[in-house]
Design a protein around this ligand. Sequence first.
Ligand code: PGA
Length: 267
Amino acid sequence: MPAERTLHVSESNVDVIVFPDAAAAVRSAAERIARIVAESVAARGKAVLGLATGATPEKVYDDLAARVRAGTLSFRDVTTYNLDEYYPIQPVDPRSYRSYMQRFLFDRVDLAPNRAHVLDGTVPEAATAAHAAEFDRWIDADGGLDLQLLGIGRNGHIGFNEPSELAVEAFASQPTRVVGLHPITKTDAIREFGSLEAVIPRALTMGVRQILAARTILMLATGPHKAPIVARALKGPLTANVPASLLRTVADKVVWLVDEPAAAELG
Ligand code: PGA
């Protein structure tokens, strides 16, 4: 199999690591996560990871769980914060991101249950702002995120930070909060909900502020359906209308891991 290559995107001055296929991109993401866990634990006794859900990271979690089974990785000293959760939703609902995380990662590794944080889809409406603010405070009190794993929505969202008319600076400082889902996000959620009418139209999402503050950001994008948005994020205008384009403002700590099909419009 040909090796990965580095592609320089001159419009944004960003280097993208391009892999021959999704499996190779996933393997690299898992390797990097394992390395950051080891380095953070060695440096300060713990690692704080920001995690993502969706189709793309499923295989990353398979890989991490296999490393734990093999004894080469441990989550003993790890704390995790997930990007987002539907709202309202019960954690035991199989469509919740809490159940996704239990299924793909938490139930398969040695992570302490009280250190696996997912925004709570059951908090009363009137308490969502306080819950979201508390989530940001917990992350801050944990010293911030050593790593944020990200996917990119077809509309450019990161977490459920959807395209916005805000100025870049205002968007970049948004806290964790309740949001309404964008039409493209709802369409893509049919995969989980069965029909458009069944999609829960709101969510809690970690804000852009916390995402951009992570010490390392891994952006994993695979498949031909991601090619147009990856190109817009890296070659188009820097705008809150393409949330992932804001990763260019912290480019030195962002690693783009993309397979050839998702990189097709970058060249
Ligand atoms: P996906 O979602 O991995 O299911 O494509 C990516 C995202 O919306 O962030």
